[in-house]
Structure formats: structure tokens, C-alpha cells
Design a protein around this ligand. Structure first.
Ligand code: APR
Length: 235
């Protein structure tokens, strides 16, 4: 069984009803990322940032938002390949988990978790956060923020991710524009080790498309299940 690392981005959740960032009508066309996805923006106007994530946290819990066949196909692949499939997602939604994936790293954090800058606790959180919501762990006010990695902050679990990239025999990128580093550099990192086959599954060619040995374009809910079925029949 091959060791497989799968990088996912907002495109895999698009057909579940969650907006991407850089497509036409995407999130960054409606709100300035500098205002809501940077530490400076949070310091300047924390309530605006809380409102932005409160709205996305509420939307994610809408019953209409659920995993699509692409998320489900990846969970199936993991079950058939126990211990050999790792998903590294840039997404902060919980659709991979809800589809059944368990070997999963959220390198940009998670929408349904919060962090207290006073005591460092990371806690599951479904409700809204307001400016002075007290921390459930230390009871202090004013220290809560979304457990989300903002621009200029270090993504999570990078050592573990680079170890996995070095050892994988198949690297698959799904639904990401290849605009944001370090994730956009993962395919080059994999190629540096010279052992993995690299595949891009995306609606259209991404920024880094030319780095991939194989490129399959179309909606994730169609091309990902087909790709997984082909992969499993080749084992
Ligand atoms: N199926 C497959 N791919 C799709 C679909 C779909 N139905 N719809 C859109 N896409 C593709 C787009 O073509 C685009 O290449 O998904 C990609 C989404 O790109 P972005 O909006 O840039 O999202 P992403 O690559 O995940 O952004 C990376 O940037 O803003 C930060 O932290 C944020 O994690 C995010 C990071």
C-alpha cells in the first residue's frame, strides 16, 4: 500500500455550500483579508473579526452544509488504506471529519475551536465569541480568538507535515489555487525527495499546476470519487 498525502483546499468544500476565497464571488471579494485574517486586523478591530468568524461558524453548523462525495471518497480511501493516508487540509471546516476521515491535520486551524491568549487553552466551541466572553478554562475575559491561523502566523504541525511529505509515494492536491505558502510549496518539497507521483485534482489549473506529473480538472464531487476508485483498483 502506498503512503499517500492529500492536501485539500477550499475547492473541495465548494459543492458542500462553503465559499472559496479567490474564485469570483469568493470570500476575499467580500471582505478584506487584512481586516479579518491578520493579527493586526484583530488588534485593530477584534469585534469585526469575531463577527466574521461567528457568521462562518454559524453557517458551518447549518444542516444544509454537509460533506460531499469528494470528502466521502477520501474517507473511504483512508478506511481501505488504514494508516497510509494522511489528509493535510488548509480548510477550517469540519467536513473531512464528518465524512469519516480521522488521519487529518488542519494546518490553518479549525473554525469550531477557539484559543485563549491568556492561558493558551484550545477548546471546542460552537457558539459566537464576543469581545469579553470569558475563557471557559481560566475565566478571564478578552483573551479569546478563533483557533485559526492568520496571514503572518505559523501554520500548525509543520514538522509532522514535512516528515510525511518526505516519505510519501503519492501526493495529491485537491481544490486549492496554489496561491498561499507554505501549502503551495508542498509539491516542490515532495519532488525534492524524488519518490512520489504528484497529482492535481482541481476545477481548473492552479498556480502550481505545472509542478504536477498528473492533472485532472473538474468539480471535486465528480473527479475525486473517480480518482479514488481508480487508485483502489490499482492496489
Ligand atoms: N471542485 C474542485 N475545485 C474547485 C471547485 C470545485 N467544485 N470550486 C473551486 N475550485 C478550485 C478553484 O479553481 C481554486 O483553484 O478551488 C481553488 C480554491 O482556491 P482558493 O479560493 O484560493 O482557496 P485555497 O487554495 O484553499 O486558499 C488557501 O488561503 O485565504 C487563505 O487560509 C486561507 O486556507 C486558505 C488559503
Amino acid at each position: 500500500m502506498k503512503r499517500i498525502v492529500i492536501l485539500t483546499g477550499a475547492g473541495i468544500s465548494k459543492e458542500s455550500g462553503l465559499d472559496t476565497f479567490r474564485d469570483a464571488g469568493g470570500i476575499w471579494s467580500k471582505v478584506r483579508l487584512e481586516d479579518v485574517a491578520t493579527p493586526e486586523g484583530f488588534r485593530a478591530n477584534p469585534q469585526l473579526v469575531h463577527d466574521f468568524y461567528n457568521a462562518r461558524r454559524r453557517q458551518l453548523q447549518d444542516p444544509a452544509i454537509k460533506p460531499n462525495p469528494a470528502h466521502e471518497a477520501l474517507a473511504h480511501l483512508e478506511r481501505q488504506n488504514a494508516g497510509r493516508v494522511l489528509i493535510v487540509t488548509q480548510n477550517i471546516d469540519d467536513l473531512h471529519e464528518r465524512a469519516g476521515s480521522t488521519n487529518l491535520i488542519h494546518m490553518h486551524g479549525e473554525m469550531l475551536k477557539i484559543r485563549c491568549d491568556m492561558c493558551g487553552s484550545v477548546l471546542t466551541w460552537q457558539g459566537d465569541i464576543e469581545l469579553f466572553t470569558p475563557c471557559p478554562a481560566c475565566a478571564r475575559e478578552g483573551g479569546l480568538r478563533p483557533h485559526v491561523v492568520w496571514f503572518g502566523e505559523l501554520p500548525l504541525m509543520m514538522d509532522r507535515i514535512y516528515e510525511e511529505l518526505a516519505q510519501c509515494e503519492l501526493f495529491v492536491s485537491i481544490g486549492t489555487s496554489g496561491n498561499v505558502y507554505p501549502a503551495a510549496g508542498f509539491v516542490a518539497e515532495v519532488k525534492r525527495w524524488g519518490r512520489a507521483h504528484t497529482v492535481e485534482l482541481n476545477l481548473e489549473p492552479s498556480e502550481g499546476s505545472s509542478h504536477f506529473q498528473e492533472r485532472i480538472h473538474g468539480p471535486a464531487s465528480q473527479i475525486v470519487p473517480d480518482f479514488v476508485a481508480r487508485l483502489l483498483s490499482s492496489f
